[in-house]
Design a protein. Sequence first.
Length: 173
Amino acid sequence: MSVRSALLAALSSLALLAAAPAHAENDVKIGFVDTERILREAAPAVRAQKKLEKEFEKRSQELERMAKQLQSMQQNMEKNAVTLSDSDRRAKEREFSELTRDMQRKEREYREDLNQRRNEELSGVLDKANKAIKVIAEAEKYDIIFQEVVYRSARIDITEKVLKALADPPATK
């Protein structure tokens, strides 16, 4: 099934739901959750972000130190360009190039590792959020809850309830 036909099928289903008679037995209860807001504001997301910052703090500081060292080397080379011999200048340029390549490699590895860990942490947050959404949906008898939509009314937004559930998870039995 193509993406277009799947989208058309989903839109047709929604149109049928919207067109259903508004009798009590046919009422459809729809909700919406803002996933991006959950990933920004939910307590587990905030904890995950702090955990990542702490985990990657030393590598970040190392990259900052290397950037300052490169800047200092460049300023030093520019300042002393006229007084350096050709061989000294080439040696400094080679050292600068090697340090630049090393820093670029470390930055790339840092970004890749950070993105991988962020995805792992956010996956856990989404799992918890989806469980909370399911609990809310069942308790309040929602027929369907969307996470990605083009438009929604604030009336159906249950994001606040999910954030609250994630902040104070119910005690397990």
